[in-house]
Design a protein around this ligand. Structure first.
Ligand SMILES: Nc1ncnc2c1ncn2[C@@H]1O[C@H](COP(=O)(O)OP(=O)(O)O)[C@@H](O)[C@H]1O
Ligand SMILES: [Mg+2]
Length: 373
């Protein structure tokens, strides 16, 4: 060693914020007769090894579209129109179908679809399908060994090994879901996208399956994006939570912060709908109305029509993401996020939500003016 190195040159050549999965300003539209539907409209996320990220929101907020964009499994009318998806530094949006099949799906990222049954071919035994996936990617693995692995995976998930010889229709919903998880794990992918993996199942089986997923995740070092509309599922199972509304992430932070100290009225409303995670004994109240189908988005907050706290500004100015120091990476898109304590107190009252009258922008603005006088 002849020269002294400065601290800078000693630093490793990789960037410090090098994430396993990095989604940046992603926009995915569906081309429809009514125009382009902005299902995902500027979402940025990161995921690191072994992390579990919860993606929550009501039906129609863009969660499945996020997952399908990452897997590049969008239907014909769906298109990633801008933004990037980098997996271990590789730009997924630029890969060919062949590269995706050979290098990404199942081996790097697996998806457990919303309805597991649809993930299987009805005319082949479930074991056969798992063996096919294994052997397509590991051509040197002998057949018998692949079958052994399929059986082991089944047993890990609490299914009898011999059931690998059954056809999908011989499985109950819960069993099919587990078999799908077995298939998703078969090649030890770095990431699992679990799209409402237990929504169709009864609560006891749900819990058991979620626990099994967690155990396997630890064993195989797998990262996961867990998609659900149920806040109580993510509160127990995730490191970070992203709350989606109208194609955007409206609140993001570590799970504890999102559950205990949320700042976005939408998160507050979602939390009320699942009372087992809030400390007080309170009535179940759901947010009136439903999420928008975003075509030709107007200025203003997308949640304003359903928000009990919407003010004039909310209707007229689109909120920018704002960071708060009260949690790990706590980012909120709401003009009133700095009044969180007031919002939290009001959001606990049933009347607050019952008072929301969904109306047109004009009607709501007129009301606001009347109340101001
Ligand atoms: N194939 C499609 N064509 C047109 N619109 C679609 C299609 N699939 C989903 N959408 C719309 O995209 C939005 C987001 O849907 P989705 O990603 O399925 O939400 P989530 O999974 O949160 O329920 C919704 O408004 C939905 O109606
Ligand atoms: Mg969905």
């Amino acid at each position: 060693m002849t020269t002294e190195h400065t601290t800078e040159t000693d630093a490793p050549p990789t960037e410090r914020d090098d994430h396993m999965l990095e989604v940046d300003d992603l926009r995915t539209f569906y081309h429809t007769e009514a125009g382009d539907l902005h299902a995902v409209d500027g979402v940025s996320l990161t995921l690191d090894r072994q992390e579990t990220l919860g993606l929550v929101g009501e039906s129609g907020c863009g969660k499945t579209t996020m997952a399908k964009s990452i897997m590049r499994l969008l239907p014909r009318n769906g298109e990633v129109v801008s933004g990037s998806i980098r997996l271990n530094g590789v730009e997924v949006t630029e890969l060919s179908e062949k590269q995706l099949r050979e290098e990404i799906r199942w081996t790097e990222i697996s998806m457990i679809p919303q309805t597991a049954m649809n993930g299987f071919d009805p005319v082949k035994t479930v074991g056969r399908q798992i063996v096919d996936v294994i052997r397509r990617h590991e051509t040197e693995t002998p057949k018998a060994e692949a079958w052994e692995r399929a059986k082991e995976l089944f047993e890990n998930l609490g299914l009898e090994g011999s059931r690998v010889h059954d056809y999908p229709h011989q499985f109950s919903g819960g069993m099919a879901q587990r078999a799908m998880i077995a298939m998703a794990l078969a090649l030890s992918p770095s990431i699992i996208l679990a799209d409402e993996p237990t929504t169709a199942l009864d609560v006891m089986i749900q819990d058991r399956i979620l626990r099994q997923i967690k155990d396997l995740q630890r064993e195989f070092d797998t990262a996961m994006i867990m998609i659900t509309h149920d806040m109580s599922v993510v509160s127990e199972n995730c490191d970070y939570i992203a709350v989606m509304y109208g194609g955007r992430v409206v609140e993001f932070a570590d799970a504890e912060t999102v559950i205990k100290n949320p700042r976005h009225p939408y998160t507050l409303g979602m939390r009320n709908a699942f009372p087992d995670i809030s400390e007080d004994d309170q009535d179940l109240v759901s947010i009136p109305g439903s999420p928008p189908e975003v075509i030709d988005p107007e200025e203003g907050c997308r949640f304003a029509p359903r928000c009990p706290f919407a003010e004039e500004e909310c209707w007229e100015v689109t909120p920018e993401p704002e960071q708060f120091p009260d949690g790990d990476q706590h980012v909120v898109e709401c003009h009133r996020a700095d009044e969180a304590e007031y919002l939290r107190a009001e959001a606990e009252k049933k009347e607050t939500w019952l008072s929301v009258q969904e109306g047109s922008r004009e009607q709501r603005l007129e009301e606001l003016e009347v109340n101001d006088d």
